[in-house]
Every structure is written in structure tokens, then in C-alpha cells.
Write a protein that binds this ligand. Structure first.
Ligand code: 4AD
Ligand code: MG
Length: 441
């Protein structure tokens, strides 16, 4: 007997059962739920790929197997052999008529019962919480989004490059830097964004994307901030702000289309209203300048918004409210944006940056820009932002040796997932969330 076979049968994943109606199959999984009624046991079995109901009738199985299942605890592991039966009432269209069950491990009483638990309890038991239907659905959608991201860029000739996690300097402001001791008294910082290294790589390969975890010492407790999250950052030579915006909207439309096509049952498990997502599969997305956005806010219930300030969550919600898909706000006041953004030649008070803001109040999922490509301008920006010039010499070199117009953006994976899944809080959108006061498990 190997791990994959039992009684001469090979394991069939639950998601594939509809292709095996009438056949006898082996499932290997965990008991999600058990109901017993007289001579029948109804087992909900999960194997990671799905959940199926397995009906065990005393008449069809050995006495010993029937007794072994009686009172079996939630999350006990087992092997089930049975015949796949079509059943219109079942969500997957099939159920299993059990022939034999072998219990592999009887679980201790499971701490996460079917009743409601508070978020603190669930987060402390995140390693077990992952096994709930809702969390499994979110994880599978996350996997789909990651694949859609990679496919999108590879189909368009972008190369994946990796940026370092230890860096000598800040990319997105010094207030959210995690500092650590490197060797011999040197300070290092955990990366906030792979962008600067993405720019160097784009000067080598033309079109690249960096995809990995980034770290920000966010001291605020909000539902939209993690201290460790995943960002995907395309960077392309010869792209101006407009090219960056077109890339961003086509990218997001592609991701949403893929999830809608391949993860229907997970979206149904999450009770996500997919009609709210469908418009985002169509481009173009609406665009407005920062100043147009402020005009809109002033006329629509936010008269006190200070022109020149960054938008907060209520402002983002108001701005996206009139639209059925994400909206892009571009041409920002340079003072509130990062040092690397190129200024608008027509109005140097503006930076050629763009934020994509999601509908339904999910907020910003993308920040991007055309980059400053002039060495003298960039040197001045680094000085104005009081950044240590020596740490940026290599970055300035990119403007000394064959500088070209270029740009890119960063998309936050967990924010995007929260929007697609219709989940309120980012803590459910990453397997093991890291937040202020939360580093266990
Ligand atoms: O807007 P941000 O700060 O942009 C950058 O880091 C650029 N260097 C990206 C680039 O141009 N290559 O961050 C990009 C995105 C945000 O729009 C948001 O989706 C996400 O990263 N994000 C966070 N997600 C979770 N928790 C946090 N603390 C986040 N901060 C930003
Ligand atoms: Mg941003």
C-alpha cells in the first residue's frame, strides 16, 4: 500500500468526483462534519480540493467500519472507499455511497467548532482555522490570483526577477521601516518594495516584474494594513504614465476574469456577489486627476477635505462610489508622493503617479508612477526627502548609463484578494497574517 493507493484504488481528489460518476473511488481526507441517524452516517469529508457528503448505510459496510465512525470527532483523518453517485441536491452535483472507511487518526476534541468564535481566538488558532470552508476558499482564490499574475506577465514578455529582502535604504518613506542589525554595526532594513531593484532589472531585461513579500512597520490597527504582505511590481522601460495605467487596468481585468472563470464554487462559498466583480473584467477603467477627485469630494459631502492632502479611507470610498469598477486617480501633488516619481513637465507641482482605487469601499490596491529619469532632478529629490545620498548612488547610476523613460506599479496581493473575495479584513487574505500585536502562530 502506498500513500496514494488503498485496496487497489488510487486517490481521487474531491473536486474531480463529478467526472467519476458510477465508479468506485478512494478519498483520503478529514472529517468535516458528521450526522448520524439510526442505520445511517452522513460524513462531510474534505481533502483540500473540496468537500463531499459520504453516506454510510449500515447494510453496505462491515459492522466494524460502521462502529468506528460512530461519534468520530471533527478533523479525524480517514480513508473512504465508495461509489460516486450523481445527486442534484449536492452543491458539487455528487455524493459518495460508502463501501468502507478506515480511520487513520482520531482527532482530539477540535477547538474550532461550528459555532461562532471571536477574531482573537481564530487568529490564535490560525493553523487550524485554515481548515474551515471559508478560509480554504480564500486560499484557493489566492492561489488562482498568483497564477493569473504570473501568466499575465509571461504572456506579455515580462521576466520575473527577485529583489533582496535586506536593503540599505528606504523606498516608501522612512516611517514604516523595519530596522535590523546587519554585521559589524551596519544597519539594514527589510524591504518595503522591490521597485528600485525592479528598475535596475528593467534596464537589463526591458520588462520585468518583482513578486514577493514586503515589510512595513505599520503601527496603526486597520483592516487594510499588514506588516508583512505580498506585492507584485511590474517595471517597464519606455513606459510613460499612460502606458502604466493601461497595463494596470488590463492586469486587474485579467486577474478578475480568471477568478470568475475558475473559482466559481469558492466565490459561492464566500457568498460573493459576482455581479459586482463582472464590470471590472472590462476596460478601460474610469480615470480622474487628483484635482478632479478633490473637486468631486468637495461637491459630494467632503467639503472640508484639504486640497493637497492624501485621501483617507472615507475619501477613497466616496471617490469610487459612482463607478462599477476600479477608478484610477493620477497627477498627484508631488509633496505627498514618493521621491522617485517624475514631475509633470507641464506643471512641476504634480507627480506622474497613479493610484487605483477599488469599488465597494475596498480602497487602494495599486500605487504606481512614471519614474524620474534625469540624474540631476533625482539627486535633488533625494536631498529634499533627506534620504542618505550614498545609499542611492547605484540607483542614480541607472540615470547615468542609458537612461530611458520608464514606469511601473505595485499591486497589493491581499488588498486585491479582499476585494475579489468580498472579505472585510486583510487578516483573512494571507495564510499567516503579521500585524501590530500579532506574530503567533
Ligand atoms: O502604494 P505603495 O506604497 O507603492 C509602492 O510601494 C511602489 N514602490 C510600488 C511600485 O510602483 N512598484 O504600495 C503598493 C500597494 C498598495 O496600493 C496596496 O495595495 C499595498 O501595496 N499595500 C499594502 N497592503 C497591505 N498592507 C500594507 N501595509 C500595505 N501598504 C501598501
Ligand atoms: Mg500607495
Amino acid at each position: 500500500m502506498t500513500e496514494q493507493s488503498f485496496q487497489g484504488l488510487h486517490q481521487t481528489p474531491i473536486h474531480a468526483l463529478p467526472d467519476h460518476v458510477g465508479k468506485t473511488v478512494l478519498l483520503q481526507g478529514w472529517l468535516y462534519n458528521l450526522r448520524s441517524k439510526g442505520k445511517l452516517h452522513f460524513l462531510q469529508v474534505r481533502d483540500g480540493s473540496g468537500i463531499v457528503q459520504a453516506v454510510m448505510s449500515k447494510a453496505d459496510v462491515s459492522e466494524q467500519d460502521f462502529e468506528a465512525v460512530k461519534g468520530l470527532t471533527q478533523e479525524s483523518s480517514l480513508r473512504v472507499v465508495g461509489e460516486v453517485k450523481a445527486d442534484e441536491r449536492a452543491p458539487s452535483g455528487v455524493e459518495l455511497s460508502v463501501r468502507s472507511v478506515s480511520v487513520v487518526h482520531v482527532a482530539e476534541p477540535y477547538p474550532i467548532a461550528k459555532k461562532e468564535h471571536g477574531p482573537d481566538f481564530l487568529l490564535s488558532n490560525r493553523h487550524l482555522w485554515l481548515r474551515s470552508k471559508r478560509q480554504m476558499a480564500i486560499l484557493r482564490i489566492r492561489d488562482e490570483v498568483v497564477r493569473a499574475i504570473r501568466d499575465f506577465f509571461h504572456e506579455r514578455g515580462f521576466y520575473c526577477v527577485d529583489s533582496p529582502m535586506f536593503t540599505p535604504s528606504a523606498c516608501e518613506g522612512t516611517t514604516t521601516l523595519f530596522e535590523l542589525d546587519y554585521f559589524e554595526g551596519d544597519k539594514a532594513y527589510l524591504t518595503q518594495s522591490g521597485q528600485l531593484y525592479g528598475e535596475a532589472s528593467a534596464m537589463a531585461l526591458g520588462k520585468v516584474y518583482v513578486f514577493g513579500p514586503v515589510f512595513r512597520a505599520e503601527k496603526s490597527k486597520t483592516r487594510r494594513h499588514l506588516t508583512e504582505f505580498w506585492m507584485v511590481e511590474p517595471e517597464a522601460a519606455w513606459h510613460d504614465l499612460d502606458d502604466v495605467m493601461v497595463l494596470a487596468e488590463e492586469f486587474v481585468a485579467h486577474i478578475v476574469s480568471r477568478v470568475l472563470a475558475n473559482r466559481k464554487s469558492e466565490l459561492a462559498d464566500l457568498e460573493r456577489d459576482v455581479t459586482k466583480l463582472e464590470p471590472a473584467t472590462r476596460t478601460p477603467y474610469p480615470r480622474m486627476t487628483y484635482h478632479e477627485a478633490v473637486d468631486y469630494l468637495h461637491a459630494n459631502g467632503h467639503a472640508d477635505f484639504e486640497r493637497g492632502d492624501d485621501f483617507g479611507a472615507p475619501h477613497e470610498t466616496a471617490l469610487s462610489a459612482p463607478y462599477d469598477r476600479p477608478v484610477m486617480v493620477h497627477h498627484w501633488p508631488a509633496e505627498i508622493k514618493a521621491f522617485y516619481m517624475k514631475r509633470d513637465p507641464a506643471d512641476p507641482s504634480l507627480a506622474l503617479g497613479v493610484d487605483m482605487i477599488c469599488s465597494e469601499g475596498y480602497g487602494e490596491i495599486i500605487g504606481g508612477a512614471q519614474r524620474e529619469d534625469d540624474v540631476a532632478e533625482l539627486e535633488q529629490r533625494i536631498a529634499e526627502h533627506q534620504l542618505p545620498a550614498e545609499a542611492f548612488e547605484w540607483f542614480l547610476d541607472l540615470r547615468r548609463y542609458g537612461s530611458v523613460p520608464h514606469g511601473g506599479f505595485g499591486l497589493g496581493l491581499e488588498r486585491t484578494l479582499a476585494w475579489i473575495c468580498g472579505v472585510d479584513h486583510l487578516r483573512e487574505c494571507i495564510p499567516f497574517p503579521r500585524m501590530l500585536h500579532r506574530i503567533y502562530p
